[in-house]
Design a protein around this ligand. Sequence first.
Ligand SMILES: Nc1ncnc2c1ncn2[C@@H]1O[C@H](COP(=O)(O)OP(=O)(O)OP(=O)(O)O)[C@@H](O)[C@H]1O
Length: 285
Amino acid sequence: MKTQQLQLKKPELEVKGLNKRYGKGCSNCQTPEMLHVKDNRCQHCGSVWACIDVNFELYKGEILGIVGESGSGKSSLVKSLYFDDAISSGSATISTYKNGEVNIFTESAQQKRYIRNYIMGMVYQNPYLGLKMSFSSGGNIAEKLIASGTFHVGSIRDRARQLLEHVEIPLARMDELPKNFSGGMQQRVQISKALANNPPILLLDEVTTGLDLSVQARVLDLIRKIQRDLGVAMIVVSHDLGVIRMLADRTMVMRHGRVVERGLTDQILEDPQHPYTQQLVHSLL
Ligand SMILES: Nc1ncnc2c1ncn2[C@@H]1O[C@H](COP(=O)(O)OP(=O)(O)OP(=O)(O)O)[C@@H](O)[C@H]1O
């Protein structure tokens, strides 16, 4: 989707002024502007401003890539959005949640659980964070469905079959523990679990990092297929511009907690403006 087309639509997710600090902070780092250093770490108390004034929109059915070197704040951003980590300040609204009129970060714990169950799915780099390895693959999906109020065993198994088929897990393995699966299969089960309740937004954090190239390609194909078939809006986090090039319509480049460049992925790859992006792009060539 092109930028002009996107701008005519209401964003699915809109994030404004998101700040996230790890650590208690001290009189020298109450705000990120006070740091006066090249990076985002306070030299006095060691606190880190992992996300600094992050603003962006995510539109229905698009894939937004977030790229940057290790420690640039990519994971902190998606973990904050999924409420894994509490933010320091900022707001996010979702058009399909209370008409986009409520800052999701100030909602109650119960409402945040609702958002995690129905509105957002998350796929982690480490499948141990997204899956219960002592539950079968079908059981993992069932857990998500039960959390959202589906209790009929037949319906749960039907939905689990449908989801596992979608991610190309042989149905004969539905009752096996995912800890016996390969890394690529575990990621595919994680994706199916994250999609269990048809969330309009899917967050994917370095989901192919550490996989063999051929396995990586299969997972990337699957992500593209899901976007095509289901029209889910996705945020794809990766340190690898190759992954971003394959998947993302638009891309944001992060460095030391800040977004230093954003635009159509092709544009960023062909004509990077920020010296840091130029460096990233040249390392890909
Ligand atoms: N739980 C935590 N406690 C303290 N500091 C943290 C914590 N998690 C992340 N950080 C710091 O926040 C900064 C951003 O980390 P983050 O994991 O978001 O970066 P990233 O771009 O996702 O990198 P990577 O791909 O290596 O995970 C880093 O300086 C990191 O050390």
